[in-house]
Write a protein that binds this ligand. Structure first.
Ligand SMILES: [Zn+2]
Ligand SMILES: [Zn+2]
Length: 58
């Protein structure tokens, strides 16, 4: 799981609701996906969905 947006390098923590991934797990923030990528992955051409939020339990 990548910890930053691959486009703007914004931090995307495991519990961030902003993280989006494509089928190949390229990771971007939701604002880049919506406004720049238009829901199309620049690496593999796939579409995005919200990355599941992982809550850290210890
Ligand atoms: Zn971004
Ligand atoms: Zn991709």
């Amino acid at each position: 799981m990548r910890p930053v947006c691959e486009h703007c390098t914004k931090a995307l923590l495991p519990d961030s609701g902003e993280a989006m991934i494509c089928a190949y797990e390229c990771t971007f923030c939701s604002s880049c996906v919506e406004t720049i990528l238009k829901n199309k992955c620049p690496n593999c051409g796939g579409t995005f969905e919200k990355r599941p939020i992982k809550t850290i339990t210890s």
